[in-house]
Design a protein around this ligand. Sequence first.
Ligand code: SF4
Length: 710
Amino acid sequence: MGKTETRSTCCYCGVGCGVLISSENGRIAGVRGDPDHPANYGRLCSKGLNLAASAASDSGRALYPEMRMDRNAPRRRAGWDEALDAAADRFAGIIRRHGPDAVAFYVSGQLLTEDYYLFNKLAKGLIGTNNIDTNSRLCMSSAVAAYKMALGADGPPTCYEDLEAADCVLFAGSNMAYAHPVLFRRLEAARAARPDTRWIVVDPRRTDTAAMADLHLQIQPGTDVALFHGMLHHLIWEGLIDADYIAAHTEGFDALKRMVRDYTPKLAAEICGVSAEDIIAAAECFGRSRASLSLYCMGLNQSSQGTAKNLALIHLHLAAGQIGKPGAGPFSLTGQPNAMGGREVGGMATMLAAHRDIANPAHRREVAAHWGVPEERLSPRPGLPAVEMFEAMTRGEIKAVWIACTNPAHSMPDLPRVREALARAELVVLQEAFADTDTAAFADIVLPAASWGEKDGTVTNSERRISRVRAAAPPPGEARTDAWIAAEFARRLAARLHPDEAGHFDYDGAGRIFDEHRALTVGRDLDMGGLDYALLEAKGPQQWPLPAGSASGLARRYEDGVYATDNGRARFHAVDYQPPADKVSAHYPFRLISGRLRDQWHGMSRTGRLPQHFAHSPEPELRMHPEDAERRGLSDGELVWVASKRGRLALPLRRSDEVARGSVFAAMHWNGRFLSSGGVNETTVSAVDSLSFQPELKHAAVKVERAALP
Ligand code: SF4
């Protein structure tokens, strides 16, 4: 086979860096940054630089299908036909006996857009259930809800070039230096070129990002809405709002203005635990700068007030006219490589394809016609979002679940309840590249999936840019691509439920799936009518919208001040501050914040295979302010129990003033593969945001106690 070089995209984060994969004799041998990719121009972070080593490793890979007929028996090796037929038999039987909502799919922002599209069509079109949700629910659903409510449609109005054009950069709940490192390098270069650029970081931790800021607002966890309202109050008081922009392009400002009247910087300072002077300084910088850009991520989204936090930040942009121009706008950063692609195909329980609504009969009709299924097949009932999906399993309402490329037994909140749900389900099918995840222990059928570098398709990054992902090596053992597995299962299920629809899942390559997907976007806000594989091949990655006839995609949205709402006006919403759901008390006095390490990714199914990813942070630990540790007589390295009302885990303690007194921090990556007592989500709470259904993974009330020696 010799040597080849394949152009593709990094599989880790939403920056979406382009890579060139070199392979020799069917094995991936090297990865370098693609100098022509507009996200990274050749740069890669530590995770991207080690992609070749992780792709070449067979450690933990699922190599052949496994199944068991009896819950108490071990799984045995099976053939693909046997495993897929058994899955189709069980799904069809449950659907016939209990209806389509008795089954569910829990998928992943790691899937390619084409994979996502097939799963969505399978659940909503073939089976007739909206019970398909994704680990992106845990990641960015609050951003989706707020964009829709404020701007009329999902998706950021901004682009990466805005990083270089901003004068004031407001980071909110984002440790970008760790979570989106290549974009952070772009920002650093922009600040070096224009030293008068100001950085403000809002974060309850002094992260590496915060340490580099001109102003760090170290707020109490969960108080962001009060902070942003305090800033808006100051903008209004000082005449720093853009009254002409508000009058011409928005509605609902007066109700919000009445609400924030009470949120003086003094009151906001009391709620947030920072000084009123710092809140005023942040508002002054934001309001007076020529271009203010906000960058935000899990710190806003993973909250029982996630949508309100996003809205309160977007309000600042709309009120100050800091949107729709170079260097300005609210820019949510997607955590996963294809969280955005999943949103485009409607791969969530609460939406339909191409930003359509489940509750809208015309939207259901359009999608049903496109899929060639009866209109009444598409259910008008929203499906169950992630947390509710697992609760419905515990109650026996969902009897079979298909999990694709994600590890809910590690990543969901309140893990004791999630394990109970998986144990109670009649059937758990796991489609995964790795056979040793926490979730695999519950699977009745394991289907080995191809991993990065072994499959074809597309992903969409944080700036709405679609890039090709290409196979550079064959999958190991009997592993198959996610699209192949989804289509094979769909054909078998169709044969049992709707035999005349078995051909609906026949595609001649990933490009045909993409064509079917993009046809649904025509005329919508994300119109991809002119964006196909041929264009991506000829011109490289492209942003949407890119309607037929356009030479290129739209870099920045709403520059004309016309929003995607019915009347073209952006909307303010008078959302009030609410404290986090899990209250600290004398018994549970600490606020536990979870977060990410620089060189690890998710549950470490990939990064945890290589020693180089442990050099920066070798051990799990609980970080506690030195004064709190002193008062409790706890020393560095001492093993402590971190316990909430839900569960507990044991971690070595580390004194660190990166957290304020009363808060503690633990990384979310560690799990049952590394720690016998499990990961941080043993303790987190399953409370969700009422609009986005995103759980509050960033805040749990805990106690910390010295662990007794065995
Ligand atoms: Fe991959 Fe994200 Fe690093 Fe780029 S910044 S190399 S996409 S992990």
